[in-house]
Design a protein around this ligand. Structure first.
Ligand code: ASP
Length: 343
């Protein structure tokens, strides 16, 4: 039986930022990277979002403000996949999911939110102004309106209307199949493969480290285009689409949300970093876990993780090639191609 003294020693060690580096075989302290802010985010939209986050970070602002401001850019863009301009569900309504988490395990989330332009900011209000973590549907909308967020018109963007009309032509209304069809507009889940072989993608996940070495993250999405009404993916779920542990690191996910939820993906990656794995190794291990579960079906889905540890080391890994992430710090601003298990 573990005696009290040993137990106290063990707990003290556990609470320190030590990690065992599997590669080098030595214990290394995850020294916070202070004075060198950094922001990373998923896909190429991340380049534009990172610029807004950087405006906050370069002036010594907090990571939590940076990750909110950053993804607001994407929410406001008329793209297929994030914000009110995005593709609708099968009934023709755009429903949005988002979450945010700071360096003190404070977190807020909204899901199945309609007619609100910036779900990430509503998620932040949930975090700051309610005793709850998550509000969904009409309740989330009522809260947003009470907080002064304008209720936007219920209208599809011209692009979304076009792809919805297109989808209706080719699709019968039925619950989604387990796997993904690979033709544009048919996939019940996202990201599905476009006819040109690229992945369509529906989310921006962002993680930032501020000048004080504190970490925060945000994640916002319209979910999967033409999803079943009421479907919620990983993106608003703390531990799945996003997780931040300020002692260890942070991670965000994109891809087929159901399979990210199944392994509590972002939390798993952070826990692997706690064990000493570098961010890329940790992301790879989580991807391998999903692929093991899915077996043959893994060839039809895309999932990617993007992580940073407390030392400011960044890494990502995806099931399929085609995932990229944007990185910005004092020295560079670029889009990086992630490694993947499959071509
Ligand atoms: N993870 C999102 C979801 O399942 C979709 C995506 O990232 O493309 O809702």
């Amino acid at each position: 039986m573990i005696n009290r003294r040993k137990f106290i020693q063990a707990s003290a060690l556990g609470s320190m930022s030590f990690a065992f580096n599997k590669e080098s075989g030595c214990k290394s302290k995850l020294t916070p990277l202070k004075g060198k802010p950094l922001v990373i985010s998923t896909w190429d939209a991340g380049l534009r979002a990172n610029k807004a986050a950087w405006e906050v970070l370069k002036n010594g602002g907090k990571a939590i403000d940076a990750v909110e401001k950053g993804v607001m850019v994407t929410e406001a863009e008329q793209n297929c996949c994030v914000g009110l301009g995005a593709n609708p569900d099968r009934d023709g309504f755009v429903t949005l999911d988002a979450c945010i988490m700071d360096e003190n395990f404070n977190c807020g989330s909204v899901a199945f939110l309609e007619r609100i332009k910036h779900p990430i900011s509503v998620a932040r209000r949930v975090m700051e102004k309610t005793p709850h973590v998550m509000l969904v549907g009409i309740g989330a909308q009522q809260f947003a309106v009470a907080e002064g967020f304008p209720l936007e018109e219920q209208k599809l963007s011209p692009d979304a209307q076009k792809s919805y009309d297109n989808w209706l032509k080719n699709s019968t209304y039925k619950p989604p199949a387990i796997n993904i069809e690979s033709k544009q507009g048919h996939g019940p889940f996202a990201p599905y493969k476009l006819d040109n072989g690229e992945w369509n993608h529906d989310t921006i996940g962002m993680v930032a480290m501020d000048i004080n070495g504190n970490l925060s993250g945000s994640c916002t999405t319209s979910g999967a285009g033409f999803k079943m009404r009421g479907r919620i993916g990983d993106s608003p779920i703390i531990g799945a689409g996003l997780f931040v542990d300020n002692e260890i690191g942070a991670c965000t996910a994109t891809g087929q949300g159901e399979d990210v939820i199944r392994i509590a993906g972002s939390h798993t990656v952070v826990e692997l970093m706690r064990q000493g794995f570098l961010p890329e190794e940790a992301c790879k291990k989580a991807i391998e876990r999903i692929v093991k579960i899915k077996g043959d079906k893994a060839k039809d889905i895309q999932v990617a993780f993007l992580a940073v540890n407390k030392r400011g080391e960044v890494g990502a890994f995806a099931i399929h090639k085609g995932f990229s992430y944007a990185i910005k710090n004092g020295e560079k601003e670029e889009l990086v191609k992630s490694k993947s298990l499959m071509e």
